[in-house]
Design a protein around this ligand. Structure first.
Ligand SMILES: C[S@@+](CC[C@H](N)C(=O)[O-])C[C@H]1O[C@@H](n2cnc3c(N)ncnc32)[C@H](O)[C@@H]1O
Length: 298
């Protein structure tokens, strides 16, 4: 009898070990497949050629080509900026005098000219810090040294009225565009020994592969980005947000329609066809939208 119990226990344990081995094997081979695909991919190669930090840049470039988001001098907040190709695009398109603030949960070398904050955007304290940063119109702007060796920001060279856009009198709203390419990362199980901290993008690009989990995680991140946009976006401002398609995205779209004059869904050409990833684009923030209505989940 004792022998039977022991055999059953051993069989159960070896079953668990086999399952664990299979999971690790699947993760290893999927990360290998991802690396091989990255190397072959046209957009990945093009990103390297153009000095862009990742192929993700082409998604934003395609969105901008279609919807003409950027203008000179704008303030842009890039949520989930690392490694930074969206910030690179935003900075180039808003020069001269534009400013870009990137926020990411992981440490990453900021692209040149971009201000960054490391923190979890779902943390209210991090959001408060980001709001405080953008509400000071001088923070994050280029500063110039004049002939006397004094530094001044571009805002000091121009009259304040140059920066009152679209007649928006609400001084709390200083941001022209909120971008969010955040995707919920899953716990790293392999690859600790390879460049993972110096190039965190390799690590954080991963989604769980479980459609429901990716979808619900992305809905939480999108809602946080939407609430933030309600608080900081100027009238007429724009919003771009990545999401993973699923049951709740229609509700999110309804919320977006309360805040923006026009709302589009887009699957950019450079987004992989097999991925459930898509983007919401909200154009023209309505000045009179009511907070409760925007944030009410239908
Ligand atoms: C697909 S990558 C962004 C790529 C970026 N748009 C680019 O062009 O380089 C998604 C990023 O979202 C970040 N992220 C995910 N959840 C986050 C959170 N709660 N707070 C801040 N960043 C987050 C990840 O760390 C990751 O760097």
């Amino acid at each position: 009898m004792a022998l039977l119990v022991l055999t059953a226990e051993l069989t159960g344990r070896s079953h668990c070990i086999r399952q664990a081995q299979q999971i690790i094997q699947r993760r290893l081979s999927s990360s290998k497949r991802w690396q091989v695909r990255q190397l072959k991919d046209h957009f990945t190669r093009e990103a390297v050629v153009q000095g862009l930090k990742s192929r993700a840049a082409f998604k934003l470039l395609q969105i901008d080509e279609k919807h003409r988001l950027f203008k000179k001098g704008q303030t842009v907040v890039d949520l989930g900026y690392a490694p930074g190709s969206w910030s690179q695009v935003a900075l180039t398109r808003t020069q001269p005098n534009g400013r870009v603030l990137g926020v990411d949960i992981i440490p990453s070398q900021p692209p040149k000219g971009v201000s960054t904050i490391q923190g979890n955007f779902l943390d209210p304290e991090v959001q408060a810090y980001v709001r405080e940063f953008v509400r000071d119109p001088r923070r994050g702007r280029p500063r110039y040294v004049d002939s006397h060796g004094d530094t001044e920001s571009i805002l000091e060279q121009n009259s304040a009225s140059d920066y009152q856009q679209d007649g928006d009198s609400d001084t709390q709203r200083t941001v022209d565009i909120v971008l969010s390419d955040m995707s919920a990362p899953w716990v790293q199980t392999t690859g600790f020994w390879k460049r993972s901290l110096s190039n965190p993008y390799n690590r954080m690009m991963n989604t769980s592969g479980v459609a429901f989990r990716d979808h619900t995680g992305s809905m939480d991140l999108c809602r946080a980005a939407l609430q933030f946009s309600y608080e900081v976006l100027k009238a007429g401002g724009h919003f771009v947000c990545k999401f993973y398609q699923g049951a709740e995205d229609k509700d999110l779209e309804k919320q977006l329609r309360v805040l923006f004059h026009r709302v589009h869904r887009l699957k950019p050409e450079s987004s992989r066809t097999e991925s459930k990833e898509a983007y919401f684009i909200g154009l023209g923030r309505k000045p009179q939208a009511q907070k409760e209505e925007v944030l009410r989940t239908p």
